[in-house]
Design a protein around this ligand. Structure first.
Ligand code: XBP
Ligand code: MG
Length: 235
């Protein structure tokens, strides 16, 4: 029986990756690096979940010949870049740079009104979630979610199912009683590995991904209602 909805954040709650990309390039300029990610390169880099992991991957790819001369120095650079990037992203979100995708708030309200629990399972940083949902829902946003899994409490990133396993444990529910919402192949793999039926809402960064195994793939959440979810989930 459907008891909870579990939402991914980036690309699902809001189309945020364009702003993440802008924030990464801002950090590279701030740090005086000649790195600059274009959209096509970023679409490829998004196959790596987690901003820090993505930065480390890029460092290795541009320093292929170079053994990590001093891993500590590389870790420090990645940490500094990610801090710069996150500060820029947070400030832009708090100034209203992104809004929730169509149908998200309506589905959340309908689910809560019908006694379903809500949860979040993301690989992004907690400060990014708070900035997005404070702006979209208000300062009490956290009260709407029984569990929030993110980069701070589920460090092994999607497609690993760790964040979904943590959220299910915190909800105290079986995967069979929940539905997950995702936008990417990595997110779908993580949710399926946790045993979750998953609804996909692709975006311009993930439209080409393979969504085999999804419960449904829809343009956005205006195509979804709680009764429809119950019907799909029951089959
Ligand atoms: C998408 C990600 C994140 C963002 C960048 O998260 O993989 O890494 O691209 O955010 P989601 P950070 O699971 O919500 O789709 O720099 O904070 O990682
Ligand atoms: Mg996502």
């Amino acid at each position: 029986m459907l008891k909870a909805l579990i939402f991914d954040v980036d690309g699902t709650l809001a189309d945020t990756e364009g702003l993440h990309l802008e924030a990464f390039n801002h950090a590279f300029r701030e740090e005086g690096l000649d790195w600059r990610w274009g959209v096509d390169e970023y679409i490829r880099l998004l196959e790596i979940s987690g901003g820090r992991e993505r930065l480390m991957h890029h460092w290795r790819s541009v320093n292929a010949g170079l053994k990590e001369v001093d891993n500590g120095a590389v870790q420090d650079l990645v940490a500094r870049l990610h801090e710069l990037k996150t500060a820029y992203y947070e400030s832009a979100v708090l100034q209203g740079a992104v809004s929730l995708r169509p149908g998200v708030l309506a589905l959340m309200s309908e689910a809560r009104a019908q006694g379903l629990q809500l949860a979040i399972a993301t690989t992004t940083s907690p400060v990014n979630i708070a900035a997005l949902l404070r702006t979209a829902i208000g300062p009490d946003w956290r009260e709407h979610f029984l569990s929030v899994g993110d980069a701070s409490n589920a460090p092994i990133k999607k497609p690993n199912p760790q964040v979904y396993m943590k959220v299910l444990a915190e909800l105290g529910l079986r995967a069979a009683d929940c539905v997950a919402f995702e936008d990417s192949a990595n997110g779908l793999k993580a949710a399926l590995a946790a045993g979750l039926d998953t609804v996909i809402t692709p975006n311009r960064f993930t439209a080409h991904h393979d969504f085999k195994g999804a419960l449904r793939t829809v343009a956005d959440l205006t195509q979804v209602s709680v009764p429809r979810l119950r019907e799909w989930h029951a089959r």
